[in-house]
Design a protein around this ligand. Structure first.
Ligand SMILES: *Cc1c(COP(=O)(O)O)cnc(C)c1O
Length: 417
């Protein structure tokens, strides 16, 4: 038997054994052949449906990470799957050298959903952030009149906007930055949650403020009430663009369409990704007014796969599912109840429980990894973020019964000490 020959497993009835080996074998192969740029929990997923995933040995787990909120619509949503199939049989890629019959509808539907005028499609989140950076810089020169190469973008401590060299260059996290310089200049980093710090940092060269309305990777950090509104007002008064990275917080996760909606803030530039395609295919987008978007001209920016008909068809359906299944409303209803129940957990290691919609966090006084491992052993998948925080963010199609079950597992784990 060569190493590449699939091995059958003795998976229990109800799971198909087409996977390539046992969990231990697959983990060993991944460690042997893959780059070691992640430290995953050792669960080898072979199937998923809705809020639940099944590993290669047939064990089921409630997914409380949702691929960092990329599968808000639930795993393998049948409508999105059907759209993917249907479109894959017609045409998948034309490049933007030609037009396709899905891109116009994707742009129209997404713009109307977001209340903005123009859409630029990309693929991954980091690419969309890079696109937004180029957009606001060019706006700064062409429209605001900033002198060549002097544009500044205000960013925040503990930000997470992706992994490209420019983006990690303005991160405050040594793990993301160290060893990857030299970095792109033109970013001014200030504390998150302090509007006066924004007021002080704005100069005539400031073209934009780039902000996550809730800092997710930093540990679900929710700024004080009124903060986003004040930052947006400061931007307006100073002719600075307010750029919201809602790649993780957007599309229903926090109980509204967008986390900025909680404060009635409409960003000048909105960055989306993750759940925009419901987990099937990478689709991201930057949205803005027509006037801002029109600083891009043919040749200014592009991507071979950006705006491809397969991605557009998938994203159109992912958006329709979000609207028709009222997933933001579900997140609001289930999330407020779930958060209250989490708040009733009693254990000295729990420092704080916080959240918005179905974006919840339990902050501990000690590293969260072993609690995540204990929860995994009970069938609940979640991942520590920034060492001390357990993020709980199930697909928005999760049922109240599933969450009731999750609470029972959490009570078991936090009763252990
Ligand atoms: C995940 C994420 C990104 C990067 O998206 P990728 O698709 O991983 O490149 C950017 N910003 C935020 C807020 C994110 O959560």
């Amino acid at each position: 038997m060569t190493p590449m020959t699939p091995m059958t497993t003795s998976a229990p009835a109800g799971t198909s054994p087409e996977s390539a080996g046992t969990a231990d074998d697959l983990i060993a192969r991944e460690e042997r052949w893959g780059a070691h740029n992640y430290h995953p929990l050792d669960v080898v997923v072979a199937h998923a449906s809705g809020a639940w995933v099944t590993d290669v040995e047939g064990r089921r787990y409630l997914d409380c990470l949702s691929a960092y909120s990329a599968v808000n619509q639930g795993h393998c949503h049948p409508r999105i799957l059907a759209a993917l199939h249907e479109q894959a049989e017609r045409v998948t890629l034309t490049s933007r050298a030609f037009r396709n019959d899905q891109l116009p509808l994707f742009c129209e539907e997404l713009a109307q959903f977001c209340g903005l005028e123009a859409v630029l499609p990309m693929n991954t989140g980091a690419e969309a952030v890079e696109t937004a950076i180029k957009l606001v810089r060019r706006w700064g020169y062409a429209t605001k009149g900033i002198a060549t190469d002097r544009a500044e973008i205000i960013v925040f401590d503990n930000n997470f906007h992706g992994r490209t060299t420019t983006i990690v260059g303005f991160s405050s996290e040594a793990l993301y930055r160290d060893g990857f310089g030299p970095f792109t200049p033109g970013f001014v980093r200030i504390p998150f949650g302090d509007a006066d710090a924004v007021a002080r940092a704005i100069t005539p060269n400031t073209c934009a403020v780039l902000i996550e309305p809730i800092q997710c990777e930093a540990g679900i950090l929710i700024p004080p009430d009124g903060y986003l509104r004040r930052v947006a007002e400061l931007c307006r008064h100073n002719n600075v663009l307010f750029v919201a990275d809602e790649i993780q917080t957007g599309l229903g996760r926090t109980g509204r369409k967008f986390a900025c909606d909680h404060e009635g803030v409409r960003p000048d530039v909105l960055i989306l990704g993750k759940a925009l395609s419901g987990g099937f295919y990478p689709v991201s987008a930057v949205l803005s007014s027509r006037a801002v978007m029109d600083v891009f001209r043919p040749g200014s920016h592009g991507s071979t796969y950006g705006g491809n008909p397969l991605g557009c068809a998938v994203a159109r359906t992912a958006l329709a599912v979000l609207i028709e299944e009222r997933l933001a409303e579900r997140a609001q209803e289930l999330g407020s109840w779930f958060l209250r129940e989490l708040g009733a957990l009693r254990n000295p290691v729990i420092r704080e429980v916080r959240g918005r919609g179905l974006l919840c966090a339990i902050e501990l006084t000690e590293p969260a990894r072993r609690y995540c491992e204990a929860l995994r052993d009970l069938g609940l998948l979640c991942k520590e973020t920034h060492d001390y925080v357990i993020r709980l963010a199930p697909p928005l199609v999760v049922s109240r019964e599933d969450l009731t079950w999750a609470l029972a597992q959490l009570r078991t784990v936090f009763a252990m000490d």
